[in-house]
Design a protein around this ligand. Structure first.
Ligand code: CA2
Length: 147
């Protein structure tokens, strides 16, 4: 059975660490993923990370993960709130899906309060900054143990 976990980062997350540290922290995306990868390795999991600013690229990556990856961790960025093609693609993935956000969208503008990904995720971790990615790995580990 695969022990590879696909981690997807949506639009603008490549800017982490460069702007808006009050909202998203000062770590770069590479640093966030490296910390999660360290936790994953301790659990015998390998992280495969991709970031894209394009919805269709993320859809293709989800398709490619089918029958290949054990789980998906996704921060869809602003696509969280309107990216229905991500919803549909994730619905075809057979393994656990964990949605993660650095900030807590529920405590922000009303348009961020809806996630179109949440209905096809096993769970959502939001508002814990960089630590949320490590928590997401822990969640995946538990979900895989139970499957
Ligand atoms: O809190 C999160 O992780 C979000 O997914 C981040 C998205 C936002 O649209 C969601 O509502 C919540 C925005 C990602 C943009 O990241 C930036 C990082 C640094 C500077 C500017 C944007």
């Amino acid at each position: 059975m695969s022990r590879t976990v696909l981690v997807l980062s949506g639009p603008n997350l490549n800017l982490l660490g460069e702007r808006d540290p009050a909202m998203y922290g000062s770590a770069t995306l590479g640093e966030v993923i490296a910390a999660a990868a360290t936790r994953a390795a301790a659990a015998g999991l390998t992280l495969e990370h991709h970031q894209s600013n394009h919805e269709g690229v993320l859809v293709d990556l989800i398709h490619d993960a089918r029958q290949r990856c054990a789980a998906i961790i996704i921060n869809p960025g602003a696509l969280t709130h309107y990216g229905w093609s991500l919803h549909d693609a994730l619905a075809t993935f057979e393994g656990p899906v964990v949605e993660v956000h650095l900030s807590n969208p529920a405590a922000r503008e009303p348009w961020r309060h809806t996630s179109v990904v949440a209905p096809v995720a096993d769970g959502t971790i939001a508002g814990f900054g960089q630590a949320g990615y490590v928590l997401a790995v822990d969640a995946v580990e538990r979900l895989l143990e139970g499957s």
